[in-house]
Design a protein around this ligand. Structure first.
Ligand code: SAM
Length: 378
């Protein structure tokens, strides 16, 4: 059996993660997915049951459960793209699973909810409180996660927000959490956090799961304090915008520029949209859910980026590399990319294949700001 073949009591499926290549042989599922699927297979779920899968990273749960035409509720465009590819890989129609972005509530009442534990407690809290309006006391609510990433606070949240909870024994380093809906609990949705950008009248609003939910990231702050002169830029794009800190600051400084905000996460884009509205800026503005710039079309004069460098618990720069390639492809010939990065991550080798000039603009003991111009992809 290859690393792309998932064998379950529900069937055998060919699955690959998005951007799979032979030198980074990641699997499209983990042991927690296998336990969740075993649970469904052992429970004789009726064929008419309404099924919701949550945080299904590469579509493994949804593809394996396709017979129930499940809904998939998820914060990432990259998961939506992986799901589409894996449905096609198994000769299943695109509408066998309905994808629901995390900034929208699921649709109707479900008889089974299978949830992969997310990385952040804030997302879990938001999801569990939202789910209450979409389950009934008999709904099978089962969560799965790898033991090393499963904290006691996560398990406690199920008790506080859903109802009585028990956990399974660990198997293959994964565990399940079973929760029974208690209609008497009345938790409220967490309110988005808000904080100012120091030295400006600007405020940022943050929904669950957003990078730097409680305060401005110090790398972001360093870039705001050493901001490029974009006076002549007709359009500015905030790539991996999170709450929109970089683009909103740019819009405030350069009110004539049109702004584009791009992120993979729907709750990040919602935060950027609401942050933009909160500050009464007059710039023309567009929001794009995209994997790097792969779903973006158009040309801009400046790109600002504080690249992500963690995925799950692994350090890696593969997303940053795709972002830089995308920036070169979508910048006008006189356009510039400005990035802030931890000093220990040398991004120059990733920038140089895409830009004629790459300059160190400034730095401190922790961060560097690099400016790249002369995009080569034109
Ligand atoms: C380091 S955070 C920076 C957020 C914001 N620009 C700031 O400075 O506070 C990186 C952002 O990249 C986004 N991201 C991660 N992978 C992405 C991808 N494949 N495509 C687009 N955005 C992505 C994350 O959701 C996150 O908001």
């Amino acid at each position: 059996m290859s690393d792309s073949t998932l064998q379950t009591a529900l069937g055998t499926f060919e699955l690959l993660p998005l951007h799979w290549h032979p030198r980074s042989p990641l699997r499209a599922w983990n042991a927690a997915d296998e336990l969740l699927l075993e649970q469904v297979a052992g429970n004789a779920l009726p064929p008419t049951a309404r099924v919701l899968v949550v945080n299904d990273q590469s579509g493994a749960l949804a593809v394996a459960l396709h017979g129930w035409q499940p809904h998939s509720w998820n914060d990432h465009v990259t998961s939506q793209l992986a799901l589409a590819q894996n449905l096609a890989r198994n000769q299943l129609p695109p509408d066998a699973v309905r994808f629901i972005p995390a900034d929208t509530a699921p649709d109707g009442t479900y008889d089974a909810v299978l949830l992969q534990l997310p990385k952040t407690l804030s997302l879990l809290e938001y999801q569990l409180v939202t789910l209450r309006a979409h389950v009934h006391p008999q709904t099978q609510i089962v969560a799965g996660g790898m033991v090393k990433h499963m904290s006691s606070s996560m398990i406690e949240l199920f008790g506080q927000l859903i109802g009585s909870t028990r956990t399974s024994l660990a198997q293959k380093k994964a565990r399940l959490v079973f929760a029974t809906f208690d209609p008497a609990l009345a938790p409220t949705l967490p309110t988005p956090t808000r904080y100012p950008i120091p030295g400006t009248p600007l405020q940022l609003l943050n929904h669950a799961n957003v990078f730097s939910q409680q305060k401005l990231d110090i790398g972001t702050r360093f870039l705001l304090e050493n901001f490029p002169d974009l006076n002549s830029a007709n359009s500015i794009l905030d790539l991996g915008c999170g709450n929109g800190a970089l683009g909103i600051f740019a819009g405030w400084k350069f009110p004539q520029s049109a702004l584009h905000f791009v992120d993979d996460a729907f709750l990040a884009l919602r935060s950027a949209r609401e942050s933009f509205a909160l500050n009464g800026l007059s710039n023309a503005v567009h929001f794009h859910a995209s994997d790097a710039l792969e779903q973006f079309s158009g040309t801009v004069d400046a790109v600002l980026c504080n690249p992500p460098f963690h995925e799950g618990n692994r350090m890696h720069t593969e997303i940053a590399a795709r972002m830089f390639r995308g920036a070169a492809r979508h910048l006008s010939s006189h356009g510039t990319l400005t990035i802030v990065a931890n000093r220990h991550l040398d991004y120059r080798p990733l920038l140089q294949p895409n830009f004629r000039q790459v300059k160190l603009l400034t730095g401190n003991s922790k961060f560097v700001i690099l400016g790249a111009s002369g995009p080569k992809a034109r």
